[in-house]
Design a protein around this ligand. Structure first.
Ligand code: GCU
Length: 334
């Protein structure tokens, strides 16, 4: 809507108040020559959104105000799948999405989100910050997307409406997954029934009992209020799904026309904002877990034997990636 108005009436219209929009207020900025849209499906105070705002600030600074990035949070520009498609056609300029959503278009990406692949966050970062991470970002070009940087999204666990304390209790339960075949496969291997539900509808689905549970990281569990309707948290930590900050290749071209150095400036700002995100993430992940325990969520920790059962159950997923076993070994040795 804003882009259309801008095209019709020029920058002056940007001073109009936009009631109810989840992005930062727009000041009258006569210098902005390119106004770009950034899609984020998390709320305003969430680490990824805060990093998006940091990205927007950096871009404004480094282009002397010639490029302005407007961050639309809370899924205002659509759910992740629709955002990805819009980006491929240049309808949205930037976004941050979960890798599981991109892997729907390029299954080879899924290797980075195999269950129990990394021992901890540090190991994942050694992979993503190294050549493997760069190779995977470049791979996105074949999807008509430009991969800018990696964001942290912590580790995901299962939570349920009724008490669940181990693999045996999960059998036959309906568990929400992202719109992802890989995630469906994983839940099936764990003996439960996967149901694909878009992120913004998970609360309602839990509330109405359409599903018995879902799986996500601590900050999402807290921020989306899922804990109110699914107060049993099974800390199985089954997977780390990294996230990607993206640009539309079309906007990268537009930026190059405006300033030869601008595409590289954008990449730098993205990498810097990713550092901001990683720091905020670590704080938020710990804080959300603490908050959830404080409000009385019942957390089940897995002992070694139970954890082994979870690992064994998802082993068939590694067989699916047998052709990439060399890469898996490189990841695990990182
Ligand atoms: C995480 C991720 C979101 C994603 C969500 C989901 O919260 O940050 O981008 O949409 O998981 O489970 O759908």
């Amino acid at each position: 809507r804003r882009q259309m108005l801008t095209a019709l009436f020029g920058a002056a219209v940007l001073t109009l108040p936009m009631a109810g929009c989840g992005h930062q207020p727009v000041q009258d900025e006569p210098g902005a020559e390119l106004i770009l849209r950034y899609a984020e499906n998390q709320p305003e105070d969430y680490p990824t959104t805060q990093a998006a705002l940091a990205f927007a600030d950096l871009v404004a600074q480094r282009t002397n105000g010639r490029v302005k990035v407007l961050v639309y949070s809370g899924g205002e520009l659509g759910a992740e799948q629709s955002v990805i498609q819009q980006m491929q056609f240049g309808g949205i300029d930037f976004s941050r999405v979960s890798l599981s959503q991109l892997a729907e278009y390029e299954p080879a990406l899924s290797v980075l989100q195999l269950p129990y692949l990394y021992t901890d966050a540090d190991q994942m970062w050694r992979v993503l910050d190294g050549t493997i991470g760069d190779e995977f970002l470049s791979m996105l070009e074949s999807l008509e997307l430009t991969g800018l940087s990696w964001f942290d999204a912590g580790v995901r666990s299962i939570y349920t409406r009724q008490k669940v304390t181990g693999l045996a209790d999960l059998q036959g339960l309906t568990i929400r997954v992202q719109e992802s075949d890989m995630m469906s496969e994983m839940i099936t291997d764990l003996g439960a029934k996967p149901v694909k539900v878009v992120y913004s509808k998970v609360y309602a689905a839990l509330h109405n009992g359409e599903i018995d549970g879902a799986e996500n990281n601590w900050p999402s569990y807290e921020a989306m209020g899922h804990y109110e309707v699914a107060p049993y948290f099974l800390k199985d930590e089954h997977t780390r799904v990294p996230e990607v900050q993206l640009a539309s290749p079309m906007v990268m071209e537009k930026l190059a026309e405006l300033g030869e150095s601008y595409p590289e400036i954008i990449r730098m700002c993205a990498r810097e904002s990713a550092k901001v995100e990683r720091k905020l993430w670590a704080q938020q992940e710990a804080e959300s877990e603490e908050n959830m325990r404080a409000v009385g969520i019942e957390v089940t920790e897995l002992d070694e034997a139970e954890k082994e059962k979870f690992c064994a159950a998802v082993q068939p997923m590694y067989d699916l990636f047998a052709e990439q076993s060399g890469l898996i070994a490189r990841i695990q040795q990182a």
